[in-house]
Structure formats: C-alpha cells, structure tokens
Design a binder for this molecule. Structure first.
Ligand code: VY7
Length: 171
C-alpha cells in the first residue's frame, strides 16, 4: 500500500471553538457516530488532555496513541508517545501492518496545531453554533485546501445543533 494519509478529524463551532473546561461544548450524538464510523480500525493520535477527557478509554477497535511529555505516563489500553513525530511514526507503522490507508489526529487544540502542517486530509464537522469555550481549532489557510465532500445533517435526537460534515484535501 502507498503511504497512509495523515488526517485530522474535528468538530468545531462557527467561532472555531472545540472544547470548554475539558469537555465538548455540545451534545452531538450523530457526530459521535460519524467520528466512530470514520476512525474505526485506524490508528488515532490524541493529546493527553483529550485522553483524560474521554468517557471511555481506550476508544475500542483502534490503536490509541497518547502524546505527552510526562516520561512516566501510563495510558491503560493505549500507547504513549513523547512527541507528535514519534506518535505519527508509530501510527503510520501500524497502518502499514493493518493495511489501512489513514491515520487520525483526533485532538485537542495543541495537537491539532502541531499536526496541521503534516496533514493531507481534514474531516471537519462544522457545527451550527458559537459556543463559549477555552480551546479552538487553529485557523486554516483556505487557499491550501479543497473541499472534496460535504454532507448536511439536520439536528436529530441527541443533537444540540445541526452540522455539516466536510472533507478537505490539501491542494
Ligand atoms: C470523543 C466521546 C466523547 C463524549 C462521549 C462519547 C469529531 C469528535 C471528535 C472527538 C467527537 C469525542 C465519546 C464517541 C466515540 C465513540 C466512543 C465514545 C467511539 C473528533 N468530528 N467528533 N470526539 N465517544 N476528533 N472529531 O467526543 O469521544 O468512537 O467508539
């Protein structure tokens, strides 16, 4: 297989906000299903704060890689990497072994900021909301990315807001 693609997956408000007080700023059951469908079976990389925020650890059916500078950090059910470069190397090696074509950076803000330069594809859920929060997705250079897919989702049961699932690829 060719080199697996490095992908970021995120849900962000119109104001860029992705989190508030260590949690998501909304309840979006349909987006969690989308997230699970897109990432299942593929390695996922996250920052330590995102790992701590998960209601269930590890996310099942995927290699979970946690980035932290804490040399003694233990991620039960996951793997630990000391920086993003090491995490990407591990994820790409596993993707080759598993013959999957994508690895995912799933957040949060610090890891997205570091990973954006490495990314080939962005899965962005544009949430129809402008929530208060303390962490945001980094600004992206619109001229560097082309939209290849767009799916509009009305708010269903368990969704606080409607949203649009977009896929962008680096030009
Ligand atoms: C991570 C959860 C958070 C709260 C409740 C359940 C997009 C999302 C992320 C990260 C949503 C999370 C979950 C959902 C996934 C389930 C396990 C339970 C699974 C992201 N678009 N949406 N995120 N889980 N990076 N991008 O909220 O998880 O996948 O098995």
């Amino acid at each position: 297989m060719t080199q697996p693609r490095i992908c970021l997956i995120v849900a962000r408000g119109r104001n860029g906000v992705i989190g508030s007080d260590g949690d998501l700023p909304w309840r979006l059951s349909s987006d969690l299903k989308h997230f699970k469908a897109v990432t299942s079976g593929k390695p996922i990389i996250m920052g330590r704060k995102t790992w701590d925020s998960l209601p269930r650890r590890p996310l099942p059916g995927r290699l979970n890689i946690v980035v932290t500078r804490q040399a003694d950090f233990i991620a039960e059910g996951g793997q630990v990497a000391g920086d993003l470069t090491a995490a990407l190397a591990h994820a790409l090696a596993q993707a080759h072994l598993d013959e999957v074509d994508e690895v995912f950076v799933i957040g949060g803000a610090q890891i997205y900021a570091a990973a954006l330069d490495h990314a080939h594809r962005l899965y962005i859920t544009e949430v129809d909301a402008e929530p208060d929060g303390d962490v945001a997705f980094p600004a992206i250079d619109a001229s560097a990315w082309a939209e290849v897919s767009r799916t509009v989702c009305e708010a269903g049961a368990g969704d606080d807001h409607g949203f649009v699932c977009r896929v962008l690829e680096r030009v």
